[in-house]
Design a protein around this ligand. Structure first.
Ligand code: TRP
Length: 454
């Protein structure tokens, strides 16, 4: 398929490693922390259904587009787009799409590491019995004590970022591949244990009913937007993470089959996370729509009152931390790879410098929970601005441009060749989705978020 180009950074040992790595990138705070509470805020089953539709009609085609661009270019997103644009006789300005992605990834990584730091901290808090018999107020106070202390958060944020840098510094085969080969099976085991336990002790019937019985009276315009935004974030789209992973994909692998599996795994994990969390939420009479604190404030109350909750709670936060780590490495990798290509730095140096930059930006986010909480230009603090600019603005713009590039600007022959599909109904379906449905869907989210600003 792919031209004879080779990546200077290496290649995954097989397509299975790519599947582990891309699933590791996709499954993270987005699927385990964010998906349940966004579902809770948007009323449950109908939202889940719309989310599934967004994954299939918008997420999947764009994910395939990112992978094919990466594998054909075999470089960091910036240089892959530059190379392909030249090859297709297009403007060299397409490399700015790569820049946008690298920048977005940098910003996402900065606040991602702060939230992931909470998850790591909670392994020890819950495991140490801090929530035994906790009331709602006590649990809230525990969370406020963490976010109120800049030093504590700095410690956890630094630890998480350092771990990410160490893995990326060791390279594609020696670092990323080793990490996902060990962490992904661990993640799977943890997930099964936690779901099994939650279902045995909580109210499974209510959870299943909540997640899978659609009540369309709950659906508003903003829940459709939330579903599409969640699909983007959860599948790691719009910033070159999947693109760079695609650039290490062996030429013989079929992109549609491989990506199909990744999207299915990510979706299953999100649903399983729902099945781990909602039985406890309903079983312990908690509020499903309690927002971003659902996992840290509400769920911990349940852990504090159940038999063995100390151990299973700690396991749950270990699960969340591992999932976040395999996502964070995919956020650092595009920037590190670009620094290696452009500056001819060693991988160690490239990942350390990029990690340090993201760490510093993250300090701004963690301060916005305490010392800087009153600084809110245009109504958002530093953390909220980082999240808003990257997730709500840059990722959809990136996705829209990826779809445009692969659907309208690359030649039919190139995408056909790279996807490795025979010309026929599957290819035509992909092309239709990536040319029409995905860009329209994304445009709708964007216009609406601009509406929200203005
Ligand atoms: N998908 C990850 C999650 O669900 C987060 C993530 C990793 C991401 N890489 C990304 C989000 C790239 C957007 C773009 O937690």
């Amino acid at each position: 398929m792919a031209a004879a180009r080779k990546s200077i950074h290496g290649e995954w040992s097989s397509r299975w490693v790519f599947i582990l790595a891309a699933t590791g990138s996709a499954v993270g705070l987005g699927s385990i922390w964010r998906f349940p509470y966004v579902t809770g805020e948007n009323g449950g089953g109908a939202f889940v259904l719309i989310y599934l539709l967004c994954v299939a009609a918008v997420g999947l085609p764009i994910m395939m587009a990112e992978t094919l661009i990466g594998r054909r270019g075999r470089q960091s997103p910036i240089n892959s787009l530059k190379t392909l644009a030249k090859e297709e006789g297009l403007s060299s300005n397409w490399q700015f799409l790569g820049w946008l992605g690298v920048l977005a990834g940098f910003i996402v990584l900065s606040f991602y590491s702060v939230v992931a730091g909470w998850a790591v901290a909670y392994i020890f808090y819950v495991g140490g019995g801090a929530f035994a018999e906790a009331s709602v107020d006590m649990s809230g106070a525990q969370f406020d004590a963490l976010t109120g202390s800049a030093w504590r958060m700095l410690g956890w944020h630094s630890l998480f970022m350092l771990t990410t840098v160490v893995i990326v510094a060791r390279g594609v085969k020696g670092g990323l591949e080793q990490a996902v080969k060990w962490l992904m099976p661990a993640l799977f085991v943890l997930l099964v244990v936690v779901v099994g336990y939650a279902m045995s002790i909580g109210d499974v019937g209510a959870a299943i009913d909540y997640l899978f019985t659609p009540d369309f009276s709950q659906v508003t315009r903003s829940s459709v937007l939330a579903a599409l935004g969640q699909a983007f974030f959860s599948l790691s789209l719009g910033m070159g993470a999947i693109m760079i992973y695609g650039s290490y994909l062996p030429a013989s692998a079929s992109i549609p089959k491989t990506i199909g599996l990744v999207a299915i795994c990510d979706t299953l994990v999100a649903l399983l996370a729902g099945l781990a969390i909602f039985p406890l939420v309903f079983g312990f009479g908690l509020e499903p729509g309690s927002g971003a604190g659902l996992v840290f404030v509400s769920l911990t109350i349940a852990f504090g009152h159940m038999p063995g909750g100390q151990v299973f709670g700690a396991l749950f936060f270990a699960l969340l931390s591992v999932a976040a780590l395999t996502s964070a490495i995919s956020l650092l990798e595009p920037i590190a790879a670009w620094l290696v290509e452009a500056m001819h730095w060693s991988r160690r140096r490239a990942s350390s410098v990029a990690g340090l930059g993201a760490w510093l930006l993250g300090v701004g986010s963690l301060l916005s929970f305490n010392y800087w909480s009153h600084i809110k230009p245009f109504g958002r603090n530093f953390f909220e601005w980082s999240e808003f600019l990257s997730t709500t603005v840059m990722l959809p713009v990136g996705g829209l441009l990826v779809a445009t590039f692969a659907g309208w600007r690359m030649s039919r022959a190139s995408t056909l060749d790279e996807l490795g599909l025979p010309p026929g109904v599957f290819y035509s379906a992909w092309r239709f989705l990536v040319r029409i449905v995905a860009p329209l869907g994304v445009l709708v989210i964007l216009l609406n978020s601009l509406d929200v600003i203005g």
